[in-house]
Design a protein around this ligand. Structure first.
Ligand SMILES: NC(=O)c1ccc[n+]([C@@H]2O[C@H](COP(=O)([O-])OP(=O)(O)OC[C@H]3O[C@@H](n4cnc5c(N)ncnc54)[C@H](OP(=O)(O)O)[C@@H]3O)[C@@H](O)[C@H]2O)c1
Length: 192
């Protein structure tokens, strides 16, 4: 019997410590720096959000196009740490002002929101170029206004590599720039 009593005491103590640690964790979440991830529902951003949450070092503010699409948001809401440290806000690349409240007060911004489509492109300027360029300008302006110290922009190999390989076969680097892609090309070329 003494062993059972000892076990009960140990279980009660463990439960008490676990409960108080959760209370401390929830309270301290408010003291963590906030980082913003734009386009949080995206392929890259959802993994990025998961990794940021898993560090336990940041509050994460993810921007999404619509808070009404619960099916799309569910994978984010169920990430480990999301209940305590993930906040979702609406922002659209076509609505410059929508990023300001999302970026206000954050330390870093990861800008990943961008149209990533290579098919069914009818109007490449409206579907690809404008949201990518104007959206990035809006995010950078909001970051400057908020005094953000670092912005990470997910570019692409497409920024340096057009349809053709380099004539001399050398590696692409920051000295290269894609000058061959056109809006009249096929979907992949338009995306580039
Ligand atoms: N995937 C790769 O392997 C890879 C590699 C290198 C670079 N990149 C670059 O990284 C960026 C993201 O790529 P990804 O693969 O993560 O693309 P993705 O899965 O298609 O995600 C794009 C994100 O942008 C959002 N978005 C699109 N249009 C928007 C708009 N008008 N307003 C607000 N949000 C909008 C999407 O929101 P919705 O969910 O509402 O559509 C989604 O959250 C792109 O610039 C891509 O070129 C990707």
């Amino acid at each position: 019997m003494p062993q059972i009593n000892l076990l009960r005491t140990l279980l009660r103590t463990t439960l008490a410590i676990t409960t108080s640690l959760s209370v401390v964790a929830a309270r301290d979440a408010n003291l963590l720096p906030t980082v913003c991830v734009t386009g949080a529902t995206g392929y890259l951003a959802s993994e990025l959000t998961a990794q940021l949450l898993s560090t336990g070092r940041y509050m994460v503010r993810g921007t999404v196009r619509s808070l009404a699409n619960e099916e799309k948001l569910a994978p984010l809401r169920t990430l480990s740490g999301a209940a305590e440290r993930l906040e979702l806000m609406e922002a659209d690349l076509f609505d410059a002002g929508s990023f300001e409240p999302c970026i206000a007060g954050v330390m870093f911004v990861f800008h990943t929101a961008s149209p990533f489509i290579t098919s069914n492109i009818v109007d490449p300027m409206t579907q690809l170029v404008e949201p990518a360029v104007k959206g990035t300008e809006a995010v950078l302006a909001a970051a400057a206004l908020a005094g953000v110290t670092r912005v990470v922009l997910t570019s692409s190999i497409a920024a340096v590599k057009g349809a053709a390989p380099k004539a001399d076969g050398s590696c692409f680097s920051e000295d290269d720039w894609n000058e061959s892609s056109t809006l009249d090309g096929d979907g992949l070329d338009q995306y580039r």
